[in-house]
Design a protein around this ligand. Sequence first.
Ligand SMILES: Cc1cc2nc3c(=O)[nH]c(=O)nc-3n(C[C@H](O)[C@H](O)[C@H](O)COP(=O)(O)OP(=O)(O)OC[C@H]3O[C@@H](n4cnc5c(N)ncnc54)[C@H](O)[C@@H]3O)c2cc1C
Length: 460
Amino acid sequence: MTPPPPLTPVSPLLLLLLFVLVSSSSALLYDTFLQCLLNHTQVLQQQQEPSQILHAPTNSSFPTLLGRTSTELRIRSGGHDFEGTSYVSRAPFLILDMFNFWSVDVDVEQETAWVGSGATVGELYYRIWEKRGGGGYGNMLRKYGLASDNVVDTQIVDVEGRVLDRSSMGEDLFWAIRGGGGASFGVILGYRVKLVPVPNVVTVFRVAKTIQENATELVYQWQNVAPRTDNDLFMRLLLQPVSSKIQKGAKTVNASVLALFLGNADRLVSLVNEEFPELGLKKEDCAEMSWIESALWWGDFDSGVAVEALLDRMPKSVNFLKRKSDYVKMGEIPMSDAPFPHRAGNLFKIQYSISWSEDGIEAEQSNLAEIRELYNFMTPYVSKKPRRAFLNYRDLDIGITDNGENSYREGTVYGVKYFAENFKRLVKVKTAVDPQNFFKNEQSIPVLPSKVPNMSLQLN
Ligand SMILES: Cc1cc2nc3c(=O)[nH]c(=O)nc-3n(C[C@H](O)[C@H](O)[C@H](O)COP(=O)(O)OP(=O)(O)OC[C@H]3O[C@@H](n4cnc5c(N)ncnc54)[C@H](O)[C@@H]3O)c2cc1C
C-alpha cells in the first residue's frame, strides 16, 4: 500500500512558522466563500469573529503547541457543516483551516485512495475517474455502505502534537474517528479509502407525481420497496410543497423519486415495474451514463457540463438554511461496527430541509419555526427513545453543551441521538485521548467526569 503523503519532522525553530497565513489566490477565493458562509450562519447566535484563520501547511508536522493554546480551536475542512461548527463559535476562537490538505492520491493497484481532509467529494470523484476512467468510490450506500465503512487508514494529529496512523493510534481511536466526529479527538489530516467497482453504464431517473396524480400511493409503496429492493438500486424520495397546476393559488405536494441504478436501463425498468408498478417508470424516463456523469447529475449540474466542474469549490449559491434529521425503523452491518449506529432495524433516513434567501431576523424566525413545527408533527412516526439524528446533518436544536461542568450530562442528550449505545464507547475514547477536552465544540464528545464512577446512559 502506498504510504500517505509524508509529513516532515518538525524542528523547534519551525514551531513559530507552523501555522502560516497562506496568501495564494485560490486560498483567498476560498476565504471569500467562507466569509460568505459566516454571514449566512444564523443559528449560532452571539457568534464571535475568529481571531485568526490559520491555514495548516502540508510540509511540516503539527506542534505540541496545539494542546497548549488557551484559545478555542475550530477545525475547518470543507466548511459545509450545516450549523457552522467549523467556523463560528460563541467563545473567542481561531480557525485551523485544512484547505491545503486537498490532495487525492489514487493507488490503482491497491484499489485505495488517500484523501486529504481538505478535499471535496467532487475532487475525490474526479481523481478516481481520471486514474481509473470508470469505477470508484461512491455514495452507493445500499451496496457498499457509508464512506466511513470504507476507511482503511487515517492520519490524525493528537493533543500532544503527535501524528498517528491506524497502527500507532490503536483500534479504539480509529473506530471513533470513523464517524464519531473528528473534531472531538484531534486534527485529521486525511483518510485512506477502499475503492469499489461500478459498471461502465449506470442509469438514473427522476419521476415526479403530485397528490392529484396519486403521490400518496407512490410514497406508501416507496417505503416498502426502497429499503428492500436489489442493492444495485438506490431510490431517494423528495417531498416538496409546490403550486397546484389545477387550482390557481392553491398548494399541493410533489413527490419525486430520484434513483441511481448500477446497471442498464432495460434491467432497471423491468425490476422497477415488477416491484414498484405505482411509479409507472418508462424507459424514456431513464438516462444511461457513466458513473462520473451520474455524480454530476446528482450534483444538479447542467447537462453536458464538463467533468472538471466537479473540481469547482465554489457553491452555485448560498442561502440561509436549516436541516434536521430522523430515522424510520436497515441494514446488515452491526450497530457497533463504527460510531454510526443507525443500521439494522432502520428503514430509511429523513432529511427535513428549509432554505431561504431573505436577510433578517424575521425571515429567520419564521423559517426556523416552520421546520421545527414539521419536526414536532413527525414525532409519532419516527424513532423514539432516543429519537435518532444523523451527525452529518448537524442540528443544534437537539442539544448543545457549553463544555462546562455539566458537559457530560449535556453531551448525553445529543450524543445518544447521534450515536445511540456507541456514545458510551466514544466517551471512553475521548476521555483516554483528550482528557482536558481541548478539542471541542457545541456538540463534541464529552469527557467522562471522574465523579461518575459507573457511567450509565438514560435513553430518552
Ligand atoms: C450542500 C450540502 C450537501 C450535503 N450532502 C450530504 C450528503 O449527501 N450526505 C452526507 O452524508 N452529508 C451531506 N452533507 C453534510 C456534510 O457531509 C457534513 O456537513 C460534513 O461534515 C461536511 O464536511 P466538511 O469537511 O465540509 O465540514 P466542516 O464544516 O469543515 O467540518 C465539519 C465538522 O468536522 C470538524 N472538522 C473539520 N475538519 C476536521 C479535521 N480535519 N479534523 C478534525 N475535525 C474536523 C469541524 O470542526 C466540524 O465540527 C451536505 C452538506 C451540504 C452543505
